[in-house]
Design a binder for this molecule. Structure first.
Ligand code: SF4
Ligand code: SF4
Ligand code: SF4
Ligand code: FES
Length: 940
């Protein structure tokens, strides 16, 4: 593919029911009212010269290059700021305009370095293009006057350079930071000739509020803001459209290459999820894919204390197949299992669960969603009938009230956060429910209407109290409930009980009853109220209850089934939605159909030529327990670092150590690989060919940007393992795997690679009833027929603070790092976050004699770790917070095995801990006082 350049229409598209028709250079064009003359001209195929305008930003009208003549209008208006009027006749090319434009360009060029041929942006510079476009041949003023050519560059950011000598002060960067990203890090400082772009007050980009999203670099028409990789490697000459492999937003990018070398990732304007925006991870942190730490050859060893030995693929795969069968012969069919990865493609996940069910002959397959969004799947299925969020991201543009619970989008889902901030700046109201004062509570031009700073573990009490207000104050949407829902009366009687009132729950939740009532009234008033939530909802002992509680609240107020509303999980990993869709849970086949359903099972049996067990298999925590019991003996782990990411590390590593065979398929020798006998090297997202499904159920193509460095696609490895076990599983291409998925999964029946290429992306369900996909779910009826109200009694977690462990630890992530850090720690993102730190309130620090930056011990009843303390007044008293991006800290050494009652999702967000200066805390030995044990297994 050659280098794709998307058209730039100069100003944003407008939507209006009214249209106007104008003639541009004699060509008639009809556009929505409010469209600029510049955009109308571009749509008519006439490109008016421009510098300060670009279609991702509102028009600014500063460069005066886009002047046009309009019949009946005096002067030469700027086409970017002039709206079309019906019947307008516009001329874009006249001798007078040419003269004016040349004059403008002369001024720009007289204060610009004349190094076009050696400039890194040569060939990709709008200033250069415009000089050619207006026919500038000489600069009458010469180059000797006062200029900015000696202005010093700012090279502080590891990913992009700022060279002010090339700046034309068009302000596109400032506006991109304000309008698109919403960080407001840049300003134009000074006036007239002294005007210059400034990050903060005389600060460098790194010292400023900049979050390195790259929007300013994208907007800059010159080489003033330029990717360092372009400076070092040169301009790319071809591009491939693909999908970010970090978070569940699922941003589309143009991977731009020079030959075979990846130069930069440019956010794709037609990307359904991101529409041309990006965050620091997807935009810049791709270097891990070619990091020297990557393992390229399969490796084996007899014992985990032995050195690794490189082997050929055939030996490694043959060994895995043989040992798996031997272990089954000795210990039974159910003694082996597999874990799928939410970082891998749908096709790669599908083949692993198929291998487990058809080749292993059991249902011992689970996925890392077990430890993040499994309660979402359970709760939304029970209430709405399908295990997925209800809206597309665009829907937030129509929300009047946003209820954000247990999520920190500016760090976890940055591109969606920017979209949400745009809506909030336009006047939508925000209610934040979070123990921490996250950035969105108060950020430039945004202030939350309510911050309900609840005690960790009391989500259900808060949502019940909100629903209590809705029901008892007559705020329910009775018509919606009567027409669309069932079991309302019973639920309403339950929720209206005095014990669910804000006043009764105030002491438990720590939220003032008055604030809670205000928040509930605001949400109920809408008119469009949308719930967005994250792991702060699901990773609790009542995670599933809370999901159902939010669904109840949305149904009771009629906030389901159209734009601007809904219940929306912000998914953590890039393909966590997809890994669940693909049948990774032990009780569900692809498409969330229960394994015990004979008719469904027979469809798969017929296609796969295998008999499937009808009983659900083991979940991840059950696999660990069974490994320690000795009944589970071998595990195939696809791309998940369970030894770092799962709770109670000691328990996990004890289980891994007890296994006869651990097979790890991954990019790096991670923490789990320390317990592995066979390592099968995986492919990075740049090499994969398949699809990811994001938080809005959007299936995006992941296209190979380069050949698989290991020589094998990951699905090929899995197929070969299955074959080594005697089960025939072969595909020629990954598109054949998607065809099989579509054949057996009704919600995917209209999906194929060809269709994805045609439509760009597809939100499932996609089938005969919805051939182009389904942006909004439950529009005319719920997937299960009627939306079901379910009683959600608040049950306090067993994890309580005690005299010995008086604080509550809650965990999360930060912008620059991702999950266990395996990818981001191998990029320049470490410049922002070099270690996991513990945030605690000044009061909690003071009573322990802790100063900012001290090394402290963090201990729970299951383990302890050491890290640096940061004193932060955004923490409430009694609550501490950390991330789990670094194995050296191993924050999960302290988290327990308490888990959600329905799904076993770990209760990461509530752990009773003690914190003290490193020397001051008595170490808690492993196992001492431990009351932790895995929650009972529930049949979903
Ligand atoms: S840095 Fe680029 S975008 Fe910003 S004002 Fe200068 S030329 Fe314009
Ligand atoms: S990189 Fe993003 S946050 Fe930083 S200045 Fe540019 S637009 Fe603003
Ligand atoms: S928001 Fe998520 S998907 Fe988008 S670029 Fe950032 S990490 Fe990637
Ligand atoms: S592009 Fe219209 S004034 Fe700059």
């Amino acid at each position: 593919m050659t280098l794709l350049k998307e058209p730039d229409f100069g100003t944003p598209a407008r939507t209006s029911e009214t249209t106007v028709t104008v003639a541009v250079d004699g060509i008639d064009v009809t556009v929505p009212a409010g469209t600029s003359v510049m955009r109308a001209a571009a749509e008519a195929g006439v490109n008016v010269p421009k510098l300060c305008a670009t279609d991702s930003l509102e028009a600014f009208g500063s460069c005066r290059l886009c002047l046009v003549e309009v019949d009946g209008m005096r002067g030469t208006p700027a086409s970017c700021t002039t709206p079309c009027a019906d019947g307008m006749k516009v001329s874009t090319q006249t001798p007078r305009l040419a003269e004016l434009r040349r004059g403008v360009m002369e001024l720009y060029i007289s204060d610009h370095p004349l190094d076009c041929l050696t400039c890194s942006a040569n060939g990709d510079c709008e200033l250069q293009d415009m000089a050619g476009n207006v026919g500038l041949r000489e600069v009458r003023y010469g180059y000797e006057g006062e200029n900015h050519l000696d202005a010093a560059p700012d090279l502080s950011n590891p990913y992009f350079d700022f060279d002010p000598s090339k700046c034309i002060v068009c302000s596109r960067c400032v506006r991109a930071c304000d309008e698109v990203q919403g960080t407001f890090a840049l300003t134009i400082e000074g006036r007239g000739f002294d005007s210059k772009v400034s990050a903060g007050v005389g600060e460098t980009f790194m010292a400023s509020d900049c979050v390195s999203c790259g929007a300013c670099v994208q907007a800059c028409p010159t080489a003033t803001l330029q990717e360092r990789s372009v400076v070092e490697l040169g301009m790319p000459n071809r591009s491939v459209i693909t999908t970010c492999a970090y978070c569940g937003v699922g941003c589309s990018f143009k991977a731009e290459l020079r030959g075979d070398e990846l130069v930069r990732m440019v956010p794709y304007k037609d990307g359904g999820a991101n529409e041309g925006h990006s965050c620091v991870k997807g935009r810049f942190a791709f270097g891990y894919a070619t990091h020297p730490d990557r393992v390229m050859k399969p490796m084996m060893r007899e014992n985990i204390t032995d050195e690794w030995r490189e082997v050929e693929w055939a030996e490694a795969i043959g060994y895995v197949g043989r040992r798996m069968r031997e272990i089954q012969t000795e210990h039974g069919v159910g003694s082996i299992g597999g874990i799928t990865s939410s970082r891998c493609t749908n096709e790669e996940v599908y083949v692993v669960q198929k291998m487990v069910r058809a080749a292993f002959g059991n249902n011992n397959v689970d996925t890392c969603a077990r430890v993040c969004h499994s309660p979402t799947g359970y709760g939304l299925k029970q209430t709405f009938g399908t295990s997925a969020g209800t809206q597309d991201f665009k829907s937030v543009d129509q929300a009047d009230v946003i209820l954000l619970i247990g999520a920190n989008p500016t760090d976890g889902h940055p591109v969606f956060a920017s979209r949400m901030k745009q809506r909030l700046r336009k006047g939508a109201k925000l209610i934040v429910v979070d123990p921490r004062r996250i950035d969105l509570v108060r950020t430039p031009h945004i202030e939350a209407a309510q911050h309900l700073q609840l005690a960790p573990g009391t989500n259900v009490a808060v949502v019940n109290a909100m629903a209590h207000v809705v029901v008892t104050e007559g705020l329910a949407d009775e018509a919606f409930v009567a027409e669309r829902c069932e079991d309302y009366e019973r639920w309403a009687e339950f929720i209206a009980r005095p014990e669910n009132s804000p006043e009764a729950l105030e002491e438990i939740t720590g939220v003032s009853a008055a604030d809670l009532r205000d928040a509930a009234r605001l949400y109920a008033a809408g008119p469009n109220s949308a719930i967005y939530y994250g792991l702060g909802v699901t990773e609790h002992s009542q995670g599933s209850t809370m999901v159902m509680g939010m669904a109840n609240l949305a149904m009771a107020t009629g906030n389901i089934g159209h734009d601007g509303v809904g219940v929306n999980p912000l998914r953590g990993q890039n393909n966590v939605q997809g890994s669940c869709d693909m049948g990774s849970f032990p009780h569900e086949l692809p498409g969330y159909r229960h394994i015990s359903d004979d008719a469904v099972r027979h469809v798969f049996e017929d296609l796969w030529g295998a008999t499937l067990l009808e009983e659900p298999g083991l979940r991840i925590p059950n696999m660990f327990d069974s490994a320690i019991d000795g009944t589970f003996r071998a595990l195939y782990v696809q791309g998940e670092d369970i030894a770092q990411s799962d709770p109670n590390t000691q328990h996990v590593t004890a289980a891994l150590s007890a296994l006869d065979l651990v097979v790890v398929q991954d990019l790096f020798l991670n923490e789990t690989a320390k317990y592995a006998h066979v390592f099968l090297p995986g492919t990075s997202f740049l090499e994969k060919d398949g699809t990811f499904t994001n938080a809005e159920r959007r299936i995006n193509r992941v296209r190979p940007v380069m050949a698989a460095a290991t020589g094998k696609q990951e699905w090929e490895i899995v197929c070969e393992v299955a074959q080594a076990m005697g089960y025939p599983m072969t595909y020629e291409t990954s598109s054949q795997i998607m065809d099989e998925i579509a054949a057996v999964t009704p919600t995917f029946s209209g999906v194929s690679f060809d269709r994805l290429d045609e439509l760009g992306s597809i939100q499932w369900p996609c089938n005969d009833a919805a051939p182009e996909g389904t942006p909004i779910m439950h529009e005319s009826g719920f997937v299960r027929g009627k939306g079901r109200f379910i009683e959600t009694a608040y049950v306090p977690t067993q994890e309580r603070s005690t005299r010995k462990f008086p604080l509550i630890l809650t965990t999360g992530r930060i912008l620059s790092q991702y999950n266990v850090g395996a990818q981001t720690r191998r990029t320049e993102n470490v410049r922002w976050h070099t270690e996991d730190v513990l945030e605690l309130h000044p009061h909690d620090a003071e009573v322990r004699g802790i100063n900012d930056g001290d090394t402290v011990t963090l201990a729970s009843r299951v383990g302890e770790t050491t890290l640096r303390a940061i004193i932060a007044d955004r923490m409430p008293v009694g609550v501490v917070y950390t991330t789990f991006h670094y194995p050296v800290t191993g924050a999960n050494v302290v988290t327990t095995e308490n888990s959600d009652w329905a799904t076993n999702c770990p209760e990461y967000k509530v752990t009773a801990v003690q914190v003290g200066l490193k020397q001051a805390v008595k170490p808690v030995a492993h196992g001492e006082e431990s009351q932790s044990k895995a929650a009972p297994v529930m049949v979903d």
